[in-house]
Design a protein around this ligand. Structure first.
Ligand SMILES: Nc1nc2c(ncn2[C@@H]2O[C@H](COP(=O)(O)OP(=O)(O)OP(=O)(O)O)[C@@H](O)[C@H]2O)c(=O)[nH]1
Length: 527
């Protein structure tokens, strides 16, 4: 069948074509005119070993006036060479040739991503068009038949979706580069370079470079390196963010192996670019397998960050699978299949961005707590004191306590520093679990503070005594000390509601009471 034009408004987007694989036999145009073509829709993807093909379709003017319109090949920018033949009854009327790599021939037919071939049909006339094209990497194409007005609209609204994705990724890359610039955490740098690499691949793959910058041929295809470097930077990012070099030597080794293989693949690209691109698929699959294994093994070890990495990978694989099957010709050409890898990369990028922002939260916890005991650190004391003193009701008092482990120097000297560390951990964990309503702060060394509310001074007194006893009743053996077990001395102050004190004065007063408690013989409370 042929495409039938009945009107001078032409906007034909779905029709049947025929295609012919130009390998192993290379058809001349005369042979192609005689050959059998396989029917197919006007949008088609073919397996990646079918790079040299002929496409044919006929157009008939069924109206009674002359029709002028244009045949678009929308994915022209991706090709190496293209030939067009206009024929009528097996006779060649016109022919054009474009070599995109050498940049010779009728290059003026290229308008951004599309090649636009103007055609004229007299009333009742039928012409058959033959298109021969060779792609260096994948074979997918789309033909449209449009009048001038629709051609203009098609060319001016093209590529909006990939431009939108690229815009988002550029913003994300800039933001993360700024984070690196100010915080000097390398993971932000790797993440932004991973984004930049993905962007470099995007811009030619989805026609942006050709459409906006007139870039075709080898210069454009070189952007495929972006896919390789994106994976290298992703491995570096994963290494850094999970700190594998420090904590997980085996996983670190596996991630290093992906980097080495991809760098070798990149170098092979200098020798044989398109072959390097072909084999890179295997390295991507290997890298993805490594990310999976690293994610799952770290998750088993209780790493909380890694689930985001796993989610990012799962989303990426889901979308990339569509893309790969499309590029290999197993899935039809449609919006989803064409853009699925781009969507996959973007979704992955956003999940990784979430991972980074979630980690900021974890870093904040790190910043506020003492790593040995898990108590809040001194930095947070003033803020929490101000917060609590604003929060307490008229019926409550705020209690501020400083306590210090007794004769701790002797304990360290007798049992060693590591055993001393254990004592600090045991005491603080015990207090945190027995008195969850009070906040524990490590002021430094073996000196700690407590902040809690109490109904009145008497209740406060009872509670501080309970805490002192709780430590004593842990019965941590210390026969060299006065009480035979580890004990602590306490200085405490009660702030009645509405009588907010200067914090420094409060601190000094409480510290003096602690000193008094030490003086009174230790293992006691001075309020
Ligand atoms: N194991 C361990 N020891 C620490 C830590 N920080 C400080 N110390 C030790 O705590 C001891 C504090 O000693 P001092 O300030 O002389 O007081 P003390 O021996 O506890 O005597 P009193 O406070 O008078 O009961 C020193 O020996 C420090 O080395 C720590 O993080 N771990």
């Amino acid at each position: 069948g042929s495409v039938v034009l009945t009107d001078d408004v032409v906007n034909i987007r779905n029709f049947e074509i025929g295609y012919l694989i130009n390998s192993p036999h290379t058809y001349t145009i005369d042979e192609a005119i005689q050959a059998e073509f396989t029917p197919a829709p006007n949008r088609l993807s073919l397996p990646s070993n079918q790079l040299d093909i002929w496409v044919r379709f006929s157009v008939r003017n069924a109206s009674d006036s002359v029709i002028a319109c244009n045949i678009h090949n929308s994915i022209s920018y991706f090709n190496r060479v293209m030939d067009f033949y206009e024929t009528r009854n097996g006779v060649i009327l016109d022919q054009k040739h474009i070599d995109l790599f050498a940049w010779t021939g009728d290059t003026k037919l290229l308008h951004g991503t599309d090649s636009v071939l103007p055609i004229h049909l007299n009333p009742g006339e039928e012409k058959t068009y033959y298109f021969h094209f060779v792609s260096p990497a994948y074979q997918y194409f789309e033909y449209l038949i449009l009048d001038d007005q629709h051609t203009l609209a098609e060319l001016s609204t093209k590529n909006i979706f990939p431009v939108l994705l690229v815009g988002m990724l550029i913003a994300l890359a800039c933001f993360n580069f700024l984070l690196f610039f100010s915080a000097r955490y390398k993971e932000y740098l790797y993440y932004s370079l991973y984004l930049v690499s993905s962007i470099i691949w995007f811009v030619f793959e989805y026609g942006i470079l050709s459409h906006y910058f007139g870039i075709y041929g080898m210069r454009g295809h070189l952007t495929s390196y972006g896919l390789l470097s994106a994976t290298i930077f992703l491995s570096l990012f994963v290494k850094k963010v999970l700190q594998t070099a420090k904590f997980y030597p085996l996983q670190n080794l596996a991630l290093n192996s992906t980097i080495v293989l991809l760098v070798l693949n990149l170098l092979w690209g200098v020798v044989n670019f398109f072959n390097a691109l072909d084999i890179s698929v295997y390295f991507f699959i290997y890298a993805i397998a490594v990310y999976f294994w690293v994610s799952i093994s770290l998750m088993r070890q209780g790493n909380t960050l890694v689930k985001y990495l796993l989610a990012a990978q799962l989303f990426f694989i889901f979308f990339a699978l569509f893309g790969i099957l499309f590029y290999e010709g197993y899935l039809p050409y449609n919006w989803w299949t064409r853009y699925s890898i781009a969507i996959g990369v973007t979704v992955e990028a956003f999940i990784l961005a979430y991972l980074l922002s979630h980690r900021i939260k974890l870093l904040k916890v790190d910043l506020e707590t003492d790593s040995l005991t898990g108590a809040f650190n001194r930095r947070t004391l003033f803020d929490q004191f101000m917060q609590e003193s604003k929060r307490i009701s008229a019926l409550e008092s705020l209690v501020f306590v400083i306590f210090d482990i007794d004769q701790f120097k002797l304990y360290n000297d007798t049992y060693g520093h590591p055993k001393g560390d254990d004592i600090l951990k045991i005491i603080i964990h015990h207090l945190q679990s027995q008195f969850p309503e009070s906040s524990v702060f490590r002021l430094g060394g073996e000196e700690f503070a407590l902040l809690f509310t109490a109904e009145n001074a008497a209740a406060a007194q009872r509670k501080v005594s309970d805490i002192r006893l709780a430590i004593e009743h842990l019965s941590l053996a210390f026969p060299e000390s006065r009480h035979g077990v580890v004990t602590a001395s306490f200085g405490a102050s009660v702030i009645e509601s509405g009588r907010i004190q200067n914090f420094n004065e409060l601190y000094q007063q409480t510290d003096a009471r602690l000193y008094q408690a030490k003086h009174n013989g230790r293992n006691c409370v001075v309020m």
